[in-house]
Design a binder for this molecule. Sequence first.
Ligand code: F0G
Length: 378
Amino acid sequence: MSNDPLDQSGVWRYRELIPFLTDFGHVITLREGNTPMLESARAAEYGGLRSIWFKHQGFNPTGSFKDNGMTCGVAQARALGMRRVVCVSTGNTSASMAAYASAAGLEPIIFIPHGNISYGKLAQALEYGARTVQVEANFDQILSLVRDLAERIGIYLLNSINPFRIEGQKSIVIEMMDQRDWNPPDWIVLPGGNLGNTSAFGKALRELVQAGLIARSPRLAVIQAAGAAPFYDFVRSGNGFARVENPQTLATAIKIGDPVSWPKALNEIRSSGGVVEKVTEQEIADAKAQIGRAGIGCEPASAATLAGIRKLTAAGVIDRGADVVAVLTGNVLKDPDYIYRYHTNQLQAPDGAPIQATFGNRPEVLPNDPEIIARAFA
Ligand code: F0G
């Protein structure tokens, strides 16, 4: 019931479980976290389940799960006395970092792949006052460039290799368990890109079991887009890790071919008895429309969860009666262009193949004539 800003944050109210800060005066909170658990019978049926719950991280202040970690990363930057912070991003990290850094009086510097992030996310970076650099290279190439640069010129790197961001993202799972009265589900399903969230979720689960707050760990199911699925290939093949040179997906948030956190994520998949699945562009688009029709909505990467669940129930990996929580990582308004194209049957996969508007919902155009408009609803 406390009105203390720290207690109103869905991250810092669990601060005993993210113990790295000694002086909480460094914290800037935008009241991140506090995201709802939403049930949908319609989505459950589509996913081949009796019931499903969505933990919707799109309700965060900048519209994605990145805020849970960014409040921690920025607090640590301030504790270290850093003045400039930098990240490379497919869009959401940069939107979040721009907001938190500016709120903290730090200078945010952002590197993004030119032409490959959604306008909603680019717009946020500009509005929150970040110095924004678009580089003509993909996410993986820019990240390796900026990792060297950050060290050389002394700017604090706030990508998900930053361990303090991972500490904050643990709160997504902690809050989920709190909302379920500490009853773990059978499965937690999430999209996988750079795999920072997978490593955060696994760490949270191990620590909650160790602390006796939950009796057992749910299994993690990580879903990748088929055109950017190096972690899927690696886990399924059992061979060494090989990056995907030229990752492709319209779910630009997870368009990553060389995820930095794969070793940690592998550990968490193993220790939770987890699985990795991949889904096509068509499967993502249709699952996204179903989440929309449920009145919930999410961005493309988030919909990989329901598409993956549909595949995993069909394959018998997830039981129809299983207790499943899918994490929707980003808000529906992050990528309106994708939505409009899908519903008007203009969406094309990166290879040019048309994506069918299976659940399309075209806007109608009518003349300014009361008779004709009335007849349209007769
Ligand atoms: N979903 C959304 C909406 C994302 O923005 C991201 C990652 C992921 C899923 C994947 O999470 O990388 O922890 O496996 N976006 C990063 C960014 C890469 O720069 O915003 P992950």
